[in-house]
Design a protein around this ligand. Structure first.
Ligand code: NAG
Ligand code: NAG
Length: 157
C-alpha cells in the first residue's frame, strides 16, 4: 500500500492535521502601524512546557504594555504590565506566577496547562497616548493525546 516515493514524514502527519485548526489569529491591527503582530512559539504546546508570545514590530515610542487574558482589554483579566522608562513591572489579577514579561513585550508562559489555551491581548500605550492592540492565541495538547493520535493504520491524505 505504501508507495516508495512517499515523503519521509511519518510520525508527524496523523496528528498534524488536527493541530492545523488555528495556530495564531491576529484580530486587529491599526492601519497606521507597520505590521504589529503576535507570534506564539510554539503555536501548539505540549502541556507542562513553555510558550513564548513574541511581539513583532513593537513601536519604538511605547510608554508601556499590558497583557490581558482574553480577547479584549479588561482590567480584571490583566496579567502583567510593564512601564518602559522605569523598567517597572506591575502584576495584575490574572497573574498566575508563571508569566514573565520581557522589555520587548514578549511574554513567557511557563508550565502551560489546557486552561491556558485561550486568547491573549497585548495593549501598547504610546507616549502620544495612542493605543495599539494585538490579540493572539496558542493551543495546548496533552502528550498522551498526541501519542494516542498516531495509529499505525491511519490513512494518508
Ligand atoms: C524578546 O526578548 C526575549 C528574551 O530576551 C527573546 O526570547 C525574544 O525572542 C525577544 N522577542 C523578539 C520579538 O525579538
Ligand atoms: C505545572 O503545573 C501543574 C498544574 O497544571 C502542577 O501540578 C505542576 O506542579 C507544575 N509544575 C511545575 C514544575 O511548576
Amino acid at each position: 500500500m505504501e508507495p516508495p516515493s512517499a515523503p519521509p514524514r511519518r510520525g508527524h502527519v496523523p496528528w498534524q492535521g488536527l493541530l492545523l485548526t488555528v495556530s495564531l489569529v491576529t484580530l486587529w491591527n491599526p492601519p497606521a502601524t507597520a505590521q504589529l503582530t503576535m507570534e506564539s512559539v510554539p503555536p501548539n504546546a505540549v502541556e507542562g512546557k513553555d510558550v513564548l508570545l513574541l511581539v513583532h514590530n513593537l513601536p519604538q515610542d511605547a510608554f508601556g504594555y499590558n497583557w490581558y487574558r482574553g480577547d479584549k482589554v479588561d482590567s480584571s483579566y490583566r496579567i502583567v504590565g510593564y512601564v518602559t522608562n522605569t523598567v517597572e513591572q506591575r502584576l495584575g489579577p490574572a497573574y498566575s506566577g508563571r508569566e514573565t514579561i520581557h522589555p520587548n513585550a514578549t511574554l513567557l508562559f511557563q508550565n502551560v496547562s489546557l486552561k491556558d489555551a485561550v486568547y491573549y491581548t497585548l495593549l501598547i500605550v504610546h507616549r502620544s497616548l495612542k493605543n495599539d492592540l494585538v490579540t493572539g492565541q496558542f493551543h495546548v495538547y496533552q502528550l498522551s493525546h498526541l501519542q494516542a493520535l498516531q495509529p499505525e493504520n491511519s490513512a494518508g491524505p
